[in-house]
Design a protein around this ligand. Structure first.
Ligand code: C2E
Ligand code: CA
Ligand code: CA
Length: 674
């Protein structure tokens, strides 16, 4: 090689951005280094030349390994080596050394470049990723479309889903269905517009259990400022939530019975009153006092006393409807809130049931003990509109109920109380009415329009009370319906009516017997069997019976009602809708049922011979019934004029004083010519 060429080469080497050195293997001394090498090591060229190369190594072991490898392989490539600089600071270098033969000497060529910065970044990244991976909070990263790209260990620990199961999924995989759609809507709106969202979420684990998280979700932007990812950091707060719930429960519930306490009861009462106010409904507030609990404490001890209170509270809650509230006000005082009723009388059923239950003993510590109760009742809005006033009224009523003795109730308002007592009396004597032969069935003729030919009869119950005289069914049927009394009474009516009507049917051939049924009878599927049994036992043909129900039944929301009506119909028994037009009268539900007959209520019939406008309602009902292929019977026809107009409007059958009043069976025999 020419000298000039060599010089040129050295100049180029000096400008090279990589540090270059040549050392002699014999003694390890550096014989050449370029300027970059001097810069990187922080030494002057004079210091470098003739110095041993080993002085630069921080790690002696690593140096020995390099030397060893050079001996065996003649080269080492691209290894990361920490070097000590002249000022004592550290330099991370990428080192390559090749052995060669130069001018009769064995030498090592070394190339070094500075990788300190890269080393530092790598270290930071490693630290960060370990920190995120091992963080005690859940970290989840999704792409822009919401697909999970990363979850940390805490995520798997909390949710039970492994990283593999989570990646590629949507965070919806944790959805519990317990969080409202608005919450997710808000979350998405916030983060997609570049903001951070914070909130509490109820999620579901892989094993199906629920847990609560406090979540912070934020967008992660790329260099250009566009949203590239979403980051969610979440903390499991289930324990805190449970603790809060427990605290709240403790603050609002009675420790012994677990029932709502006075605080919560006042709250619920306020809500019930507000609801009733809007819907024009009645709320009855009932205070129930358990007598003699002090005596139990004295004779059997406090533990037995507590057990008695618990047993009584359980018994109370069994007598109530789901929608009512039962609370414990103090030691032996309970509060019952009965909402969503139309009249205060409807709450009497509950009072009766509670008092009736008191005739049964409670088993306390192996003994049978009998505890009596007193009940005071007051009604919103008649007696007051304020929760405190109502509770005070109910209390006052319990004090006065004491005069009636144990196991009794009293209304706060004297008039309401009188009425309740009268009902109680009627109920008491109605219980024995069947055995005492006080009930009978009357029959009213049903005739064909125009010809007035007798086509059937409606069975109407009568009660002649030894003292009260004849009691109207309008008065005693609702009382019978409020207890289970209506069931034996209805059975008795059906049996009696079938027995009587068998004679008429035998004589007349086609002859309809209409019998009234109460909604209460439709609670149990046994009704159909009961009807079929009675028909068979009395030998009355199924197709001659017509079951009359009112709109009340259809609107009661009883699931069974439709099934039972359909079943009855499937046995060829006719169905009739009674008092049509007085209830909610909706065409829609009539279509869902298979009624054969529609009875227009007396109130419409009364109007037909009046002004033109009042006729139009009856006319509309008749039109509609005909469109649905139902036969129309007008009830309560009293005048010839009414008969004529209804006939013209297309009514096929009629019933009313004009054709015959309800009469005893023997009179009906005469009517028929028996
Ligand atoms: P309802 O089913 O609408 O019976 C018709 C009522 O109208 C009967 O009253 C009948 O006497 C009366 N009535 C008939 N024609 C005329 C008339 O031309 N003018 C007037 N002003 N009234 C007339 P009743 O017998 O007092 O029965 C009242 C309600 O008691 C019945 O109304 C029915 O809802 C119920 N009821 C009667 N018997 C039974 C029964 O055995 N079971 C059930 N669940 N309810 C019954
Ligand atoms: Ca009827
Ligand atoms: Ca009727």
């Amino acid at each position: 090689m020419l000298d000039g060429d060599l010089n040129g080469l050295l100049v180029v080497l000096d400008e090279c951005p990589v540090g270059v050195s040549v050392s002699r293997r014999r003694d390890g001394h550096v014989v050449y280094a370029n300027r970059r090498f001097a810069e990187l090591t922080g030494l002057s060229l004079a210091d470098i030349i003739a110095a041993p190369a080993r002085r630069f190594f921080v790690d002696g072991q690593q140096r020995d390994a390099i030397v060893d490898r050079l001996k065996r392989k003649g080269r080492v490539d691209n290894i990361h080596v920490p070097f000590r600089r002249a000022d004592g600071s550290m330099l991370w270098a990428l080192l390559t050394v090749h052995s060669a033969h130069l001018n009769g000497d064995d030498v090592n060529f070394a190339w070094i470049s500075d990788i300190s910065e890269r080393k530092q970044t790598e270290g930071r990244l490693r630290l960060l990723s370990a920190a995120v991976e091992q963080a005690p909070v859940t970290v989840l990263v999704t792409d822009k479309a919401g697909r999970i790209e990363y979850v940390n260990q805490a995520f798997s620990q909390v949710t039970g889903y492994s990283m593999d199961e989570a990646i590629g999924q949507n965070p919806r995989m944790l959805s519990s269905g317990e969080v409202s759609r608005e919450v997710f809507h808000d979350l998405w709106k916030a983060i997609s517009s570049g903001n951070t969202w914070q909130g509490e979420l109820c999620n579901r684990k892989k094993d199906g259990s629920l847990f609560w998280e406090h979540a912070t979700v934020s967008p992660v932007k790329d260099e250009g400022g566009a949203i590239a990812h979403y980051l969610a950091v979440k903390e499991d707060i289930t324990l805190r939530k449970e603790y809060e719930d427990r605290l709240e429960h403790q603050a609002n519930h009675d420790q012994l019975t677990g029932l709502p306490n006075r605080v919560l009861a006042m709250d619920r009462l306020g809500q019930a009153l507000a609801l009733a106010g809007r819907g024009g409904k009645v709320v009855v507030v009932m205070v129930v006092i358990l007598d003699d609990i002090g005596k139990v404490n004295d004779t059997l001890g406090f533990k037995a006393g507590d057990a008695a209170v618990i047993a009584f509270s359980q018994r109370l809650s069994r007598t109530m409807r789901q929608c009512d509230t039962l609370a414990r006000l103090s030691g032996n005082e309970f509060l019952v809130i009965i909402g969503d009723i139309d009249t205060p009388a409807m709450a009497e059923v509950s009072a009766h049931r509670i008092l009736e239950d008191c005739h049964q003993s409670l088993k306390i510590e192996g003994r049978d003990i009998f505890l009596t109760a007193r009940i005071g009742m007051t009604a919103y809005p008649t007696d007051g509109r304020d929760p405190l006033v109502l509770i005070r009224n109910a209390h006052a009523a319990t004090v006065r109920s004491e005069e009636r003795g144990r196991n009794s109730f009293r209304f706060f308002t004297p008039k309401m109380d009188e009425e309740a007592q009268a009902r109680l009396k009627i109920e008491g004597s109605l219980r024995n009415a069947i055995e005492r032969n006080e009930l009978s069935v009357f029959y009213q003729p049903i005739v064909a329009a125009g010809s007035r030919r007798l086509i059937g009869t409606e069975a109407l119950l009568r009660w002649s009370h030894p003292e009260l005289g004849s009691v109207s069914p309008d008065r005693f049927i609702p009382i019978a319906e409020a207890s289970d009394l209506i069931l034996p009474i209805s059975d008795w009516v059906l049996r009696q009516a079938c027995r009587d009507a068998s004679r008429w049917q035998a004589k007349m051939g086609i002859f309809k017997l209409a019998v009234n049924f109460s909604p209460r009878q439709f609670r149990s599927l046994d009704l159909v069997e009961k009807i079929l049994d009675i028909l068979e036992e009395e030998g009355f043909p199924k197709e001659c019976l017509e079951v009359e129900v009112t709109e009340r039944l259809l609107m009661s929301g009883m699931n069974n009602a439709k099934i039972i009506l359909d079943t009855i119909k499937s046995f060829d028994i006719s169905l009739s809708i009674d008092d049509f037009g007085t209830g909610y009268s909706s065409l829609g539900y009539l279509q869902n049922f298979q009624f054969d007959t529609l009875k227009i209520d007396r109130s419409f019939v009364k109007e037909v011979d009046g002004a033109e406008a009042s006729r139009s309602l009856a006319s509309a009902i008749i039109e509609m019934a005909r469109a649905l292929h139902m036969e129309v019977v007008a009830e309560g026809v009293e005048t010839v004029e009414q008969e004529r107009i209804l006939g013209e409007l297309g009514c096929q059958a009629m019933q009313g004083y004009l054709f015959g009043r309800p009469m005893p069976a023997n009179e009906f025999d005469v009517l028929i010519g028996l």
